[in-house]
Design a binder for this molecule. Structure first.
Ligand code: ACO
Length: 181
């Protein structure tokens, strides 16, 4: 099976082109070149990539999936009110997932689930971190099922959160609390 040869590794500068291509292929939203540069250079962004070691040599290190995230101060976030206040409230942080994607031919193999588990593991390792959260467009049923399966809680519906090609779309805000958050 594929699954046994999928490996997870940090995203690096040599991934720039493929990372940008996959985002363009699978997301309705366009991201700036600066975003991709920040991802591959680890500039204020943490990320994990998935590769399939069983592919031919020239592709065995090519990204087939990724997750990108950012650390945010809880007080600067839109969910600060949901985090249990404590004495060190001002230091509390959150991990915000920016983008998550797997190329079509590798879907439904558990790769996105593994990528999310990496993010949760990382967030748990940060003692100030209280939750992992994200937005998902309201019609994206496969992603919504994935987050529910991973025990994220849908805590808000944001009306007209996205504006894509002249059309407004709602989003759901999903949260996974950690470290007593
Ligand atoms: N229909 C229903 N549920 C689905 C589907 C689907 N087509 N695909 C995944 N799921 C759910 C299921 O609950 C599944 O569990 P199961 O296999 O036990 O039924 C669970 O997700 C786990 O699926 P994975 O195999 O781990 O997910 P996959 O690696 O296929 O990636 C993803 C899912 C990331 C949503 C993929 O379809 C994709 O890249 N889509 C396009 C980009 C996208 O929508 N990204 C998320 C946007 S939100 C954001 O980026 C913050």
């Amino acid at each position: 099976s594929y699954r046994s040869t999928i490996s997870y590794r940090p995203i690096r500068p040599s991934d720039l082109e493929i990372l940008e291509k996959i985002h363009g292929d699978i997301f309705p939203i366009r991201y700036e070149s600066e975003f991709f540069l920040n991802v591959v250079n680890g500039h204020h962004i943490v990320s994990w990539g998935a590769v399939d070691l069983s592919r031919p040599d020239d592709q065995s290190d090519e990204l087939i999936g990724f997750v990108t995230a950012r650390i945010i101060l809880a007080g600067d976030s839109e969910i600060g009110d949901l985090i249990r206040p404590d004495s060190s409230k001002s230091d509390q942080t959150l991990v915000y997932i920016l983008t998550l994607g797997v190329i079509e031919t590798y879907r439904n193999l558990g790769i996105a689930s593994s990528l999310i588990r990496e993010v949760i593991k990382y967030a748990r390792s940060i003692s100030s971190c209280r939750a992992v959260y994200l937005h998902v467009i309201s019609y994206n049923n496969s992603a919504i099922c994935l987050y529910e399966k991973m025990s994220f809680k849908c805590i808000r519906k944001l009306h007209d959160f996205y504006y894509i090609n002249g059309q407004h779309f709602d989003s759901f805000l999903f949260v996974y609390f950690i470290n007593g958050g």
